[in-house]
Design a protein around this ligand. Structure first.
Ligand code: NOJ
Length: 452
């Protein structure tokens, strides 16, 4: 068991270790239609009845567009050195292509300048799930035009910000936005279409590498990465059908994007029927080289461990989750299994792929039901969570894994996609009506920890 509560010291990680905090545009900015911003897929998706818990929309979110200076002061006050945020494509290219919105660019210049002024290193994510609606209408990620659109967008970002920003993240969790958006219908654009999902995967794998190449060509001394979600998948029993179900789910959740990025093409596994379709796209490995890029770092984001069993009714995958609550193991307010050992194993696994030069934990955090009591949020469980997960990073590091950073998810409570405003991940509580910020005890814990 990894349990080092209050025995950890930040200095154990070395002075070069990057401690950061991460946010994203759609979840934080609000200002969805001001200063020339175009519509994004999420602005439209969130209007559909029943898609977002509580029927809320990210119209104001936590008002980061107007409060970024105060929020950056919080980042600074808590002692972080890195601030990771994303650019809203529809803010700078309102229709996705064509016309540039100068006011949108000006916002990101102000934000980056403020980071630099405060001595915070900006890590820019190019795509964190909000696509201009005009492009979504034309098929979004499932359209083969995606590479053309993405190239234009990335070039605009590097031209504008390349002198100031050196740390670039191409995609955030491609498995997340392709599967939730095009196969499961839970995120924008809300499609449940297997063939759109397959096309989206393929276009994302190509854009992931192409984006890397553009940043390399356009930005001197760039440090380029991309982020993957990852979850260890274990079989519920050792029956062969459960073991195979876990293998299939693992290929889908953990291997689908890193393996093409490393130049191996899609996971080659006869037990994984999704692959047949992907290999059609892959046409005799013709795209293998184009999906490969020599990333300087890989971002990994591990929010839960999974246990699955065979299920005849789930098409292709034939695997279904056995919930953490059913198995009576520790879990967060979203029912996500807390398992720092499993996180440690995933860090090692990504490292041992070979060809990975550096790992950064580009997001880590947990949602709990916070209670604000006399201005205090005693979120002990979140502190415990960070203790365990950070200890897992240290364990891997001490064993020689080149893991060089941990970015907490997230600064302030924000718009948690289909969960609306109820799933709270922040180190800082936000009263969504008044926008009042209150640092949680986990925020203070981080501040004190970072001084050690
Ligand atoms: C990963 C996503 O990148 C982020 O946007 C989301 O809020 C967290 N997971 C928590 O679900």
């Amino acid at each position: 068991m990894i349990s080092y509560r209050n025995q950890l010291r930040a200095s154990d990680f070395g002075s070069d270790f990057l401690w950061g905090v991460a946010i994203s545009a759609l979840q934080n900015e609000g200002a969805w239609n001001v200063d020339g911003k175009g519509l994004s897929n999420w602005d439209v998706f969130a209007r559909k009845v029943g898609k977002i818990k509580g029927g809320v929309r990210p119209v104001i979110a936590n008002d980061f567009y107007y409060r970024y200076k105060d929020d950056l002061m919080l980042v600074k006050a808590l002692g972080f050195k890195v601030f990771r945020f994303s650019i809203a494509w529809s803010r700078i290219l309102p229709e996705g292509m064509g016309r540039v919105n100068k006011e949108g660019l000006a916002f990101y210049h102000r934000l980056i300048d403020e980071c630099l002024l405060l001595g915070l290193r900006p890590y820019v994510t190019l795509y964190h799930w909000d696509l201009p609606y005009e492009l979504e209408k034309q098929g979004g990620w499932s359209s083969h035009q995606m590479q053309k659109w993405f190239t234009r967008y990335v070039k605009l970002c590097t031209d504008e910000f390349g002198d100031k920003v050196k740390d670039w993240i191409i995609l955030n969790e491609p498995m997340g936005f392709t599967s939730l958006g095009y196969m499961l219908g839970k995120h924008a654009p809300g499609k449940t279409n297997l063939s759109m999902f397959m096309s989206a995967v393929h276009n994302a794998a190509l854009c992931q590498a192409e984006g890397g190449r553009i940043v390399r060509a356009e930005v001197a001394n760039a440090h380029i990465g991309t982020c993957f979600s990852c979850s260890e998948v274990l079989p519920y029993t050792d029956k062969p059908e459960d073991v195979l179900a876990a293998k299939r789910a693992d290929a889908l959740l953990n291997r689908l994007f890193i393996e093409p990025a490393l130049g191996r093409g899609y996971p080659d596994d006869p037990d994984f029927p999704f692959l047949e379709k992907l290999h059609l796209h892959n046409k005799a490995w013709k795209y293998k080289d184009r999906m490969q890029f020599n990333f300087d770092f890989i971002g990994i984001q591990n929010y839960f461990a999974l246990t699955v069993k065979y299920s005849p009714i789930i098409p292709y995958l034939h695997a279904t989750e056995v919930k953490a609550s059913t198995r009576k193991v520790p879990h967060t307010a979203l029912g996500w299994e807390i398992n720092a050992e499993s996180f440690y194993r995933m860090i090692r696994r990504f490292w041992h792929y070979g060809g990975v030069k550096e790992i950064i934990v580009t997001e880590g955090g947990a949602a709990f039901k916070d209670v604000l009591n006399n201005g205090i949020i005693n979120d002990d469980r979140r502190i415990d969570y960070f203790n365990q997960y950070i200890a897992a990073v240290l364990k891997a590091k001490k064993e020689g894994v080149n893991v060089n950073g941990y970015f907490a998810w997230t600064l302030t409570d924000n718009f948690e996609w289909a969960e609306g405003f109820n799933a709270k991940f922040g180190l800082v509580h936000v009263d969504i009506k008044t926008q009042l910020r209150t640092i949680k005890n986990s925020g203070y814990w981080f501040r004190d920890f970072l001084k050690t």
